[in-house]
Design a protein around this ligand. Structure first.
Ligand code: SAM
Ligand code: SF4
Length: 348
């Protein structure tokens, strides 16, 4: 077994509710996204380069360290955890972490445990994830055309992912489809993908390409502003804005013809920072306070220096006190990328 996770970690007594972490702009930080690996079995062209240099395994937090750190965040008022990556389900023994974290759902300290996945391993893991209390899963899928899928992901097999989605639905999980809008690649397909997803009762979210990490292509060639995608959609669908906000970057509409929900994540054309409730932990234990800024805190160093969770909690509090007001993404014909780290390191 790669990671032994038998150490005890912070569990709040049932019913206890800690005061949330508050940042300098009076935002309560209740949502932690955790990248558990930078590795992936796909190589989506907008996310990774063909020959990615992955981190040495010793640099990654062990599952035991991830569990301990999550416990500290939960004890400080984090109510929602999202496990991501890289591809979280390719991390060895990842189900041990889900098993450990599920005790916080049972105690009521944690409201939600979710994950974002490319779906390739979901058929295998969906039943256990559902049994552990994972009620919702985001599956990233940019096309329903098998050849295009292979192209975008440089190796993926569409039927495998569709099988994963089916397994998650069968297990009773609510599936949301995330699609990155890519000019000249899937732009024309978006209306049909919405009809497919909504036909199966799944929400769908469209994402703009963000300038994270060096890749071979120039992202200005991939960038399809969602303002344009939305205009095109309105020639086929009636979109009614919904008030639903999650503290995240998505804005939602109801598609009247399908009855389903559609989200738009538009970091480049719409500023969403004012209500930001989240921070991100990388697989090496760096806490990033904003997806689009470089400022971070090295929690791995603190984790490995002490067994005292109170010291760790103070390091978390100190980091949150530095959370910036917002980001400043601009996609321009320039290199290097606006933010040098890949999404697979910080966690999407
Ligand atoms: N491997 C998992 C997956 O694909 O769902 C989880 C990690 S992936 C980095 C999370 C999300 O980030 C995916 O929906 C992916 O499409 C998106 N993503 C990756 N790189 C991106 C970029 N440069 N701009 C916008 N979205 C990106
Ligand atoms: Fe892997 Fe997800 Fe990045 Fe695609 S988007 S390469 S599936 S981490």
């Amino acid at each position: 077994m790669a990671d032994d996770i038998s150490l005890p970690s912070t569990v709040l007594p049932a019913g206890a509710r800690p005061a949330p972490l508050i940042d300098p702009f009076q935002r309560a930080i209740t949502y932690l996204r955790i990248s558990v690996t930078d590795r992936c079995d796909l190589r989506c062209a907008y996310c990774m380069s063909e020959n990615m240099q992955f981190l040495p395994k010793r640099d990654l937090l062990s599952l035991e360290e991830l569990d301990r750190l999550c416990g500290v965040f939960i004890a400080r008022g984090v109510r929602k955890l999202r496990i991501t990556g890289g591809e979280p389900l390719v991390r060895r023994d990842i189900m041990h972490l889900f098993r450990r974290l599920s005790r916080h759902l049972e105690s009521g300290a944690l409201q939600e445990l979710t994950l974002t996945t490319n779906g390739t391993q979901l058929a295998r893991f969906a039943p256990e994830l559902a049994a552990l209390g994972v009620k919702r899963v985001n599956v990233s899928l940019d096309t329903l055309d098998a050849a295009k899928f292979k192209d975008i992901t440089r190796r993926g097999d569409l039927p495998v992912v569709l099988g994963g989605i089916e397994a998650a639905r069968k297990a009773g999980m609510q599936v949301k489809i995330n699609a990155v809008a890519l000019r000249d690649v899937n732009g024309d397909e978006i209306p049909d993908m919405i009809a497919w997803a909504h036909g199966l009762g799944m929400d769908m979210t469209l994402i703009e390409v963000m300038p994270l990490g060096e890749i071979e292509a120039d992202r200005t060639d991939q960038f399809l502003p969602l303002s344009v995608a939305r205009q095109r959609l309105e020639s086929r669908y009636t979109l009614t804005p919904l008030p639903d906000r999650t503290g995240g970057p998505a804005r939602y509409v109801r598609v009247e013809e399908t009855g389903g929900r559609l989200g738009f994540i538009t970091p480049l054309t719409h500023n969403f920072c004012e209500s930001c409730n989240r921070v991100r932990l990388t697989c090496t234990g760096q806490l990033y306070l904003c997806l689009g800024q470089e400022d971070s805190a090295d929690l791995r160093a603190v984790l490995r220096a002490t067994q005292d969770d109170a010291v760790l909690a103070r390091a978390v509090e100190e980091a949150i006190s530095r959370k910036p007001k917002g980001h400043d993404f601009v996609i321009e014909r320039q290199r290097p990328a606006a933010v040098p780290r890949h999404m697979s390191v910080t966690g999407g």
